[in-house]
Design a protein around this ligand. Structure first.
Ligand code: FE
Length: 225
């Protein structure tokens, strides 16, 4: 049997993977970027085929990885993690630099970045696994801690959206026993759940200008579940 709860015990980081050029590009939040070999330094990055960024990586044969800091803003996570670049220009208003290969590198809320040229692309049904050789790596700031997936889940109360390789259908998780009768409200954009039982303020008492802490969606959009 598979207890899907055990998959949450695997440690990951939280990254922003970008590709494209000066005219057009896109990026997405990923927790599956990891080093495979030391000499030369090669990394793997998994990307859903439906992700707009996958098209840019295929076209340019290059991508960048920004390593997000722990207190990365909800706006950034909402924009890059839960919205599609087919609908909005995610780089608008962002602090972007361009690498040797010309790919955009997001500097906001990041402590370091890496730039890769793609040396192999492995087709794995729903995802591409891009193998990248490291061309460039730089520290942006040395004060903040990198965000881990555990921190993202526990403190930010985030979860993997449907396109993520680590997405788990909630019906597969063990049912939790809820003792306190309370209301729960779900963000329709990112799935964030506001649970009256664990918060200090009831959802109904939150101010009207309160927004989803994960993606910034408005309170009025939340649905009672
Ligand atoms: Fe949300």
């Amino acid at each position: 049997m598979i207890n899907f709860e055990s998959l949450f015990k695997i440690s990951y980081g939280i990254y922003l993977v970008s590709s494209g050029d000066k005219n057009k590009g896109n990026g997405f939040i990923s927790n599956t970027v990891f080093q495979i070999t030391a000499e030369p330094p090669r990394f793997a990055a998994s990307c859903n085929k439906d992700n707009y960024t996958a098209e840019f990586i295929k076209q340019t044969n290059a991508f960048s990885v920004s390593i997000l800091k722990e207190d990365a803003s909800s706006d950034l996570i909402g924009k890059f993690g839960y919205k599609s670049g087919k609908e909005i220009n995610k780089f608008e208003g962002m602090n972007i630099s361009y690498g040797e290969t010309g790919v955009p590198i997001v500097l906001n809320d990041s402590i370091a970045y890496l730039e890769f040229k793609v040396v192999q692309c492995i087709d794995i049904d729903t995802h591409y696994l891009f193998i990248g050789e490291l061309l460039n790596a730089e520290i942006i700031e040395n004060i903040s801690e990198p965000m881990t997936y555990a921190y993202y889940r526990k403190v930010k109360k985030g979860f993997s959206p449907k396109n993520a390789p680590t997405y788990i259908d909630k019906s597969k998780l063990e049912k939790q026993t809820i003792v306190i009768e309370s209301k729960k409200y779900k963000c329709p954009v990112c799935g964030y759940i506001y649970d009256d039982a664990v918060e200090n303020i009831k959802f109904a008492d939150l101010p009207d200008d309160w927004v989803c802490p994960l993606c910034g969606d408005e309170k009025s959009d939340f649905i009672e579940i």
